[in-house]
Design a protein around this ligand. Structure first.
Ligand SMILES: O=C(O)COP(=O)(O)O
Ligand SMILES: [Mg+2]
Length: 225
């Protein structure tokens, strides 16, 4: 029996829901390029990949606010300034996802689940307009549900996206799995009452995701099968 089925008493889950950034794809190089473009338009120095990595995970507006503040804390950034910066960020980010890479282990894991008829969803805080194009460009295949950061009125750590998909799939919490890379993913899964696996290679604001208490931590999705 593999690690995935061990989480479900030897059975297959009915529904597997995935985070996107830091879990399925390493998107930070393109996100950082768009952030740095937005900063350059304001005569500001680049933030760079390492800092942007720690700022991803709460959606694009918070990412841009953190970049303007130069820190995780962004209370001092004004609303109008942030909205204008978000427009510039969106324009830069829409054009190019060429540096975004699928993590090793993702393709075989998705293929394995699809062969067995497991329902699949992506639930990300990334704005919805970018999600389907990136899934398609990177050859990640069809997902039964895609929830972006602006699809519903709330985003992760709120469990609404997970609950919405579970209802649509007719999947009970004890037959559903969420896989993510950050605190928001673990919190959303816990609030939805579903098992949560964390990947240790993603983004968690500079902290090890193991500290967030997932049910299982893996270094590749291939380790689950
Ligand atoms: O855009 C973000 O904040 C990242 O989103 P995700 O990790 O929920 O995919
Ligand atoms: Mg993530």
């Amino acid at each position: 029996m593999n690690a995935l089925m061990r989480l479900f008493d030897g059975a297959l889950p009915q529904l597997v829901m995935f985070d996107l950034d830091g879990t399925l794809v390493d998107s930070v190089p393109d996100l950082a390029a768009a952030v740095d473009h937005m900063l350059a338009l304001r005569g500001r120095p680049p933030a760079g990949v390492e800092r942007v990595r720690d700022w991803v995970g709460n959606g694009a507006l918070v990412l841009v606010r953190r970049a303007l503040a130069g820190s995780l804390a962004h209370d001092g950034v004004g609303e109008a300034e942030a909205r204008a910066a978000l427009d510039d960020f969106f324009e830069a980010y829409s054009g190019d996802h060429s540096a975004t890479a699928v993590y090793p282990g993702v393709m075989p894991f998705l293929a394995w689940l699809r062969e067995r008829g497991v329902a699949l969803a992506v639930i990300t805080n990334k704005p919805g307009q970018f999600v389907a194009p990136i899934l398609e460009e990177k050859g990640l295949g069809d997902f039964d549900w895609i929830i972006g950061g602006d699809t519903l009125p709330v985003k992760k750590p709120d469990p609404a996206g997970l609950l919405h998909v579970m209802r649509a799939a007719g999947a009970a919490p004890d037959r559903s799995l969420f896989i993510g890379d950050s605190r928001n993913d673990v919190l959303a899964a816990r609030a939805a009452g579903v098992t949560v696996v964390a990947v240790d290679y993603g983004y968690n604001h500079g902290r090890p995701v193991a500290a967030e208490g997932p049910d299982l931590l893996v270094d590749s999705l291939a380790a689950l099968i």
